[in-house]
Each structure stands twice: as C-alpha cells, then as structure tokens.
Design a binder for this molecule. Sequence first.
Ligand code: FAD
Length: 390
Amino acid sequence: MLQLDDTQKAIIETVREFVIKEVIPVADEMEHRDEFPDVIVEQMKELGLFGLTVPEDYGGIGESLTTYALAVVELARGWMSLSGVLNTHFMGCYLINKFGTEEQRSKFLPKMATGEWRAALAMSEPEAGSDVQAIRTKAVVDGDDYVVNGSKMWLTNGLRSSLVMTLVKTNLEADPPHKGISMLIVEKEGGVAQPAPGLDVGKNIEKMGYKGVETTEMTFSDFRIPRSSLLGTEEGQGFRQVLDGIEVGRVNVAARAVGVSTRAFEEAIRYSQERKAFGKPISGHQAVQIHLAEMATTLEAAKLMLYSAAAKKSSGERSDLDAAMAKLFASEACHEICTKALRVHGGYGYSKEFTIERLYRDAPFLLIGEGTSEIQKTVIARRLLEKHKI
Ligand SMILES: Cc1cc2nc3c(=O)[nH]c(=O)nc-3n(C[C@H](O)[C@H](O)[C@H](O)COP(=O)(O)OP(=O)(O)OC[C@H]3O[C@@H](n4cnc5c(N)ncnc54)[C@H](O)[C@@H]3O)c2cc1C
C-alpha cells in the first residue's frame, strides 16, 4: 500500500479540505453554466498547486508525480474540470524541466510555479489524434525564426494559457516521420485569445461534459517565433519528448478516474440508504448491494494500479506499460462505476439535480484523452510482446 511522508499527507489533506469547502458546494451549478472557475483557480494558485511538481530551485514545491496524482484524485472528486486546468500546465512544467535548456527552465518555470503563466499542450490536429506521427503543422526555419503553419485541435486551456507546448514537423521528409517532429514553446503573452499576428485561437468548443475548462482550436498562418523556442537544443526530439509527457498524462487520467469514481461511489452508497422502495431502503435489496460491492472492488483495484504506475514513473523507471494499464483500467472502471451509480439513483440519476448526472457525462472523456482505450491496448500488447519475445 502507499506510504506517504508527512509533507505529502499534509498536502493531500489541505487539497481535500479545500475541495470539500470551496469546490463541492458550487461545482454542479458552475458546470451546468459551463462557467470557468476563476475564483477556484485563484485559490488553487494560492495553495501552490500549479507549482506542485516544479523543483524548489524554480519556485515550486518540488513534489513527486505520486503527490500530484493524489492531489488530482481529490480535485476530480470535487470537479474533474479543475484537474483539466491543472494538467496541461503540469505536463508543460514536466517537459520544460526535463527537456528544456537552463535558459528555458529559468525563464518559464518560476512564473509557471505560481500559475501566473499557465500552459496548454497542442498535439492533436483536425486530421490527426491517435496517429501523432501524421501531424501536418510545420515549422520552417527562416533566419533566426521558425515560420509556423497549420491547425491544432482540442486544446484544453487554449484560451487562458500563456504558453502552448506545440508539436510540429520541422522535417517533412524524415523517415520514419517521428524523427522530423519537434516541440516548440509558443508564447502568447497574457493568455489572450488573439495574441499575435498569425496565431488564431478558436472559440470554446461545446462539449458533452468536462465543462468549465475551455477546449479550442488553434491556427498558425505564417506565425513567426524565434528558433530559441525549440524545446531543448536539437530538432527531431519532439515525438520522444511528448511520449514521455504522455506517460505522466496517463497517470493523471487514471487519477482523475479514481477521483470521479470515488465521488460516484459516495453518491450511490449515500442515496441507497436514503431512498426507499418496497418498504425498505434500496440498500437492503441484494441487487443494489451487488452494484455497491462491484463498484467499491473495481475502485480499489483502480487505486492500486494508479499508485503503482505513479510510483514507478516517479522513480524514473520505464513505465509505459504501467501508465497505459493504469489509464486503461481506471478509465474503463470509472465509466462502469458511474453507470452503476446512475442505476442506483434510478430516475433521479437522470436529473440535473443530482451530481451523478454530471459525473456520468464527465466519465467518457477519460476513455479518450491521453490516448483512447484502444490505443492503450496497442501500447500494452506491443510492450508485452517486447518483454516476452521468444
Ligand atoms: C475534451 C477533449 C480535450 C482534449 N484535450 C487535448 C489537449 O489538450 N491537447 C491535445 O493535443 N489533444 C487533446 N485532445 C485530443 C485527444 O487526445 C484525441 O481526441 C485522442 O487522442 C483521440 O484522437 P482522435 O479524436 O483524433 O480520434 P482518432 O485517432 O480519429 O480515433 C477514432 C477511433 O479510432 C480508434 N483508433 C485509431 N487508431 C487506432 C489503432 N491503431 N488501433 C485501434 N483503434 C484505433 C480510436 O481508438 C477511436 O476509437 C482532447 C480531446 C477532447 C475530446
């Protein structure tokens, strides 16, 4: 089981109390209005959550991926979209810290640690999601600049971010194509919607769930940025960098899934003792008990897989297999748990008055983001065949 030190315990306890006091009372209504949680995000800044994993030398708290994952569980228990505001930022911090130059680390990380600058991640495109190597956005060298052209899709935090970790092709002829992929740190000062000539951020895309946090397109038309915006010093490293970043992203999705599932279970077990049918609380009916037992057991398994994947990635060990398995299992479990919790609520579960209606709409995104379940299975199988090669 998970061994936490005193600092980790204190951080998680603080986040848990914050969520109970500030998030749970307002989350349903804000979600129904698709409202960005400005006040809550300011409070998250004050708690230091945007710098949780940023090294202390750059003004952060310097905590591990495990601590981050546990904080995400608590936030997602309150409202999954809060972990959305945090996560592309966290991935940006991770990528800059791990692959950036010292100049890039000292320029970006201190402002990112406070949340003054927040990051988005632009990997997907209208014609390329699972197949990352098929991206078409290109960056061509012109003097001291890159000239960027192309379109990105599904940018979480596309509007309010100040920098966008953007995957581009710097060599269109590279074979295999991933060797021509690089990552650029695109700055858009102030995080405004129309930040610079040649850079256009689209409107918030209306979604089924995962509301409040914005999701946008982003178009580059002869957009110029200095060559020093390349993450690291060498072109052609972007695919490797993003795959590394996605592993921590997958642990984050597993953590969100555990948070949402925890809340769904809590809502269901409480409701089952309040609602009466056939002369007794529905929790007295064996069919409902079976739902509760299955939900709790699956949730426990998801937690253990999350802890194990987070610990392995934190230790620096290769963890593509563990991260993919944890993401796959926890997200599918969350979908199943939310469906069961909805069943336990009967007709009321279909009403916006009950939190389960929101959780039920949030859960499917976890089957898609940071790689679909189908893609996780291809990653898992590939790695297993590599490990057990005869
Ligand atoms: C709300 C939201 C927020 C997002 N935020 C971001 C973000 O911040 N940054 C970002 O870069 N992206 C983001 N994404 C994009 C997300 O990562 C992609 O949607 C996801 O990777 C799937 O890509 P796709 O939608 O193009 O689906 P496709 O790749 O077109 O897949 C469609 C279907 O085909 C299946 N499929 C495809 N290839 C295979 C294969 N080889 N084997 C088996 N099945 C396959 C998929 O599993 C899926 O079922 C976000 C998406 C959403 C919905």
